[in-house]
Design a protein around this ligand. Structure first.
Ligand SMILES: [Zn+2]
Length: 282
């Protein structure tokens, strides 16, 4: 599963812990461990202890020494990769720029579902293929990705497999996407990798080295509702933009003009201000 908003993902894990039946438990633990290694001064023992607490429910019933050794192994593996620059940049939250030219290409597609699929492909491509080389934002040509993530973003979970394949064919014929499934010959070593879905988005202007002259439509900040950027570009009526960050939001009955993130940030600030006023008067 792709994690778009790493900060939020980490916060959720730390607050809610890892449940007994969590399918992504290992991925989550690795995330937390890497975060502690990169962003805290904790040593190994303390990190193991913290992770054990977060995954308490997941490890219920297992003897302490087994749990410890499992987390320690994960720690050692993470520690080995985390110091490498690529892993570090992988851990940072990326910025997705949406260009006007890309949005125009996408919104020209007549079929609504096809349009959503093209849009989701672009988003995932930008998110997954982005890397940093000496501080410069770059993109890999093709992306190996889990197509379930694309369908989730495109809101196409209910569409049949046959229809999905037809849609990929259509986008390919239109020259917008290159999509193919390849069998990995190294699957023996890693069974999850038996089939790789690879795709390229040729109209992605980010792939070009020179981005001057390309007008940015918006930067993505709200990963909970990625579709809203497409709706806004198409001029859907009930949408306004957050006063603080500019992300599109739905107009509600009250006068609120802030997205959830910025509203929370403002509340944090006013709480802090109130607290310091209280201290000043005490
Ligand atoms: Zn906002």
């Amino acid at each position: 599963m792709i994690v778009f908003d790493k900060e939020k993902y980490l916060k959720d894990i730390k607050e809610n812990g890892i449940g007994a039946t969590d399918q992504c438990a290992k991925q989550k633990m690795r995330y937390v461990i890497e975060d502690f290694i990169l962003n805290s001064s904790y040593r190994k023992n303390k990190i193991v202890e913290k992770v054990k607490e977060i995954a308490r429910e997941y490890f219920t019933g297992l003897p302490d020494e087994i749990v410890n050794s499992e987390i320690e192994t994960m720690y050692d593996e993470s520690k080995a990769v985390v110091c490498d620059d690529e892993a570090r940049s992988e851990h940072n939250t990326k910025t997705i720029h949406l260009y006007v030219s890309e949005m125009e290409t996408i919104t020209k597609i007549k079929d609504e579902k096809l349009m959503k699929l093209a849009y989701a492909t672009l988003i995932i491509h930008k998110h997954c293929s982005q890397f940093s080389a000496n501080g410069v934002e770059k993109y890999h040509q093709s992306v190996r990705s889990c197509d379930a993530d694309i369908y989730r973003v495109a809101e196409l979970n209910d569409v049949s497999g046959t229809k999905k394949n037809k849609m990929w064919k259509q986008l390919t014929d239109m020259g917008l996407v290159k999509f193919y499934v390849k069998t990995n010959t190294a699957f023996k070593f890693n069974p999850e990798w038996i089939a790789m879905v690879l795709f390229t988005v040729p109209f992605n202007v980010d792939l070009k080295e020179d981005k001057t002259g390309e007008e940015i439509y918006m930067d993505v900040t709200n990963y909970d509702d990625l579709m809203i950027y497409l709706k806004h570009f198409k001029g859907q009526r009930n949408l306004i933009r957050c006063t603080d960050c500019g992300t599109p939001i739905e107009r509600t009955g009250n006068s609120k003009c802030l997205c959830i993130k910025c509203a929370a940030e403002r509340k944090r600030q006013s709480d802090r201000a109130r607290y310091s006023r209280k201290l000043a008067f005490a």
